[in-house]
Each structure stands twice: as structure tokens, then as C-alpha cells.
Design a protein around this ligand. Structure first.
Ligand code: PMP
Length: 352
């Protein structure tokens, strides 16, 4: 396009999973939670004073920062709020990396990282995962970089690196920044958030989209030392001063207040993940050891691209990437037992 900047002309934007317009699909393609948000969310929406919308929200979202701080066991100054965790991740690229300060990440990981790097002119060092899709920590240590973006559990594999192993690495390289993307960590039972108190080179990014069933509200947060939070604030205030709106703050605070519901939902999804995994393995598929709310399954009798297409024709959406190393897998979000039974039934026919 004649009006495009060089950046707009050359960037390859991130492709999100399909959001079909009709509701007839069994939708297991974008790692949404199959269960509704806490009932307290509906109460908060009903009680929200619309008159409040006349005014701008608090620019840093302080009321929700306090709620997140209480939930995570940290202080307000350790919390940064964003419009989806994508925004915190994007601004972390802008705040801490550039053409000299290279960012290192795996070849198979959240594909938005390379887009953010391109957007902000950040040099990248890509270190391939090992054959079994686990992190090549030795390779990443050896990379010439200023820090790392690590999705833990990783996407789209679902594989997690133990917090203990992460801590050894973080402690041994205090001059490098670790941005740990914990979008799916609630489903793994492990988090690096407590390590942020000890290590000034660690930023943990989380989201309301998955375990809180709030993908539609677009809210995420980063936890880290005040200096790192300050870096993100500098970028926010150079980009969009009010990324989190007043209704969003009320909704997310209501969800955080219902810890019992959150824990119960996470447990249901994690248990169903193991049941679905057994079902997929029973159909002869290889399923990677996931600690998230999705399974990466493939290498069966039928190529994964064909499985994806035939499932879609049958009304079941999963995700498939025609990319090196992962083209023979589909990523399947854990649904309700009823949704997963439909998937397994269709798969049985496709694979027979
Ligand atoms: N990190 C990872 C690894 C993800 O898969 C996603 C979801 N696409 C995100 C971050 C961003 O989620 P959100 O912007 O909805 O918080």
C-alpha cells in the first residue's frame, strides 16, 4: 500500500486462531476456558456504575494492581497491568531490548514474540528446542543476548520447565533479563512469581484470559521488581496511558476475589486434560506431556493437517501450523468432557 511505512510493508503480523461467527463449532482452537467466569464477575458487571464511564480510569489501574498484588502475594509497585498479556509482552520487548540488546527465545514457542521483535526492531537469537521439545537451556545460556522470553508452560507444546530449574538459571545470569510468560502456568501448579522477590532480573507475565475465563475482557499483568515495572510504565506512557478500562478493573478484581472458584475451575481443566490425553493416546497419537490447558497431539496414521481439515468439516475446530517441526501436530484446547467426547468420536472415525 502506497501509504504504508517500511515497517508496515515488511512486517508479518501474528495470525490468531479463527473466531468463527456461528456458534455451531466445538471450539478447541484458541485455548479459551470452557467454563464461565466466576459468578462474582456477573455481579460486578451488574453493579457497575455506568456514570463512572464518563471519566478516564486511573491510568495505572491502581485498584486492580492492589487486587493482583494481594492475589500474588506482592506489593502494588511490583505489578503492571496491560490490555491482554500480549501488551505487557510487547512493551517488554520495547522497554528492555533493541538492536543491540538481543532477545533470545526458542524456535517453537509463542509466535507473537518474533512479531513483537520485528515491530520494535529487536535483534533476536533463536535457539531450537531439543528433539523432545524441551528447552535447550545450555544453548540458550550460550546465546549472545540481553535476555530471554520463555513461555512456561510453552506454547504450542504445553511442556513446562520446572521452577527450580528456572531459578538456577536466573540466579546464575543476573546480567540477563528473564521474561517468563506464564499465560498457562495456573494449569501447571507451578509459578515463578515468588522468585520475583529475590531476583531483579525476572519479570513474570500472566493473564486473565485462560484460568480466569476472561479472554473477552483483555487484561494481563506483569510481576517484577519496581525498576522493571518502571520500564514498562515508561513504554505505556509513551504509547497508551489508559490500557485497562474501569469496567475491566471491576471485572478482574471480582474474579480475583473468588479464589475458590478459580482453583476449582483450574482443577477441572487439569483433570480433564489427563482424561483427554488418555483418549488421544488410545487413538495412536503421540501427545506431548502438557502442563497447560491444551494438548499437542499428532504423528498418527493421518497427517495432522488432514486431521485439522477433517475435524473442521465435522464442526470441531483445533489449531494446526504448517511450520517446520510442528506440522505433524494439532494443538487441542481442553474442553468440557462433553466437547472432548465429541472430538474423540470424530477423531476415531478419521483415524480408523
Ligand atoms: N502468551 C501465550 C503463550 C499465549 O498463548 C497467549 C494467548 N494467545 C498469550 C500470551 C496472550 O494472551 P492474552 O493477550 O489474551 O493475555
Amino acid at each position: 500500500m502506497e501509504f504504508f511505512s517500511r515497517r508496515a510493508r515488511t512486517i508479518a503480523p501474528y495470525t490468531a486462531g479463527e473466531q468463527p461467527k456461528s456458534g455451531i463449532f466445538v471450539k478447541l482452537n484458541t485455548n479459551e476456558n470452557p467454563y464461565p467466569p466466576s459468578p462474582r464477575v456477573a455481579e460486578a458487571v451488574a453493579a457497575f456504575p455506568c456514570e463512572r464511564l464518563r471519566l478516564y480510569p486511573n491510568p495505572d489501574g491502581d485498584s486492580l494492581r492492589d487486587a493482583v498484588a494481594a492475589f500474588e502475594g506482592v506489593e502494588r509497585e511490583n505489578v503492571y497491568l496491560s490490555n491482554g498479556s500480549d501488551e505487557a509482552l510487547a512493551l517488554a520487548f520495547a522497554a528492555f531490548f533493541d538492536d543491540v540488546r538481543a532477545a533470545c527465545f526458542a524456535d517453537v514457542t509463542y509466535s507473537f514474540y518474533e512479531v513483537f521483535a520485528a515491530m520494535f526492531g529487536v535483534t533476536t537469537r533463536i535457539v531450537p528446542l531439543k528433539e523432545d521439545f524441551t528447552l535447550d537451556i545450555a544453548g540458550m545460556r550460550a546465546a549472545d543476548c540481553a535476555g530471554y522470553f520463555i513461555a512456561n508452560p510453552n506454547a504450542p507444546t504445553g511442556i513446562a520447565t520446572a521452577a527450580e530449574e528456572m531459578e538456577k538459571w536466573i540466579a546464575s545470569m543476573p546480567e540477563r533479563l528473564f521474561v517468563i510468560d506464564e499465560a498457562y502456568a495456573d494449569f501447571s501448579g507451578e509459578t515463578c512469581v515468588p522468585l520475583t522477590e529475590k531476583y531483579g532480573n525476572l519479570l513474570v507475565v500472566k493473564t486473565f484470559s485462560k484460568s480466569h475465563s476472561l479472554a473477552g475482557i483483555r487484561c494481563g499483568y506483569a510481576v517484577g521488581a519496581p525498576a522493571l515495572i518502571g520500564g514498562l510504565m515508561r513504554m505505556k506512557n509513551s504509547f497508551n496511558s489508559y490500557p485497562v478500562d474501569a469496567l475491566c478493573m471491576a471485572v478482574c478484581a471480582a474474579s480475583l476475589s473468588d479464589r475458590a472458584y478459580h482453583e476449582e475451575t483450574v482443577k477441572r481443566v487439569a483433570e480433564e486434560r489427563e482424561r483427554l490425553k488418555k483418549g488421544l493416546c488410545g487413538l495412536g497419537l503421540t501427545v506431548l506431556p502438557s502442563r497447560s490447558n491444551f494438548l499437542f497431539a499428532g504423528r498418527g496414521k493421518v497427517p495432522a493437517g488432514e486431521i485439522y481439515a477433517r475435524l473442521k468439516a465435522e464442526g470441531v475446530l483445533v489449531r494446526h501450523w504448517n511450520k517446520p517441526r510442528i506440522a505433524d501436530f494439532c494443538r487441542i484446547t481442553v474442553g468440557t468432557p462433553e466437547q472432548d467426547d465429541i472430538l474423540l468420536e470424530k477423531l476415531k472415525i478419521i483415524l480408523s
